[in-house]
Structure formats: structure tokens, C-alpha cells
Design a protein. Sequence first.
Length: 54
Amino acid sequence: ALGAGGLGDLAIRIGYQSYRGDVLFYAVVVIIVLVQIIQSTGDYVVKRLRKHKY
């Protein structure tokens, strides 16, 4: 969540509001990579669980 003091807050305050495009870019890239890792892990777990016959 933005405003929680995390990576999104860093991207907004230091990157966007301070006109530091490099910080904004790298923070957004890290956020996208983290979301993709979490999404892929969740998809893998669901795929494995659906194969089991209960």
C-alpha cells in the first residue's frame, strides 16, 4: 500500500516528488519484479494443489 512507508513511498517521495527519475524507474522495476515473483509462486501452488484428488 502506498503511504505505508515502503517501496511505493520511496518511489513517490524521492523519485517523483524530488524529480529523481532514476530512483522512480528502479523502484517501479523492483515493484513489478516482486509482484511477478509472488504471482508466479501463487500460480504454481494453485496448479500443484489442483492436481491432487481429494
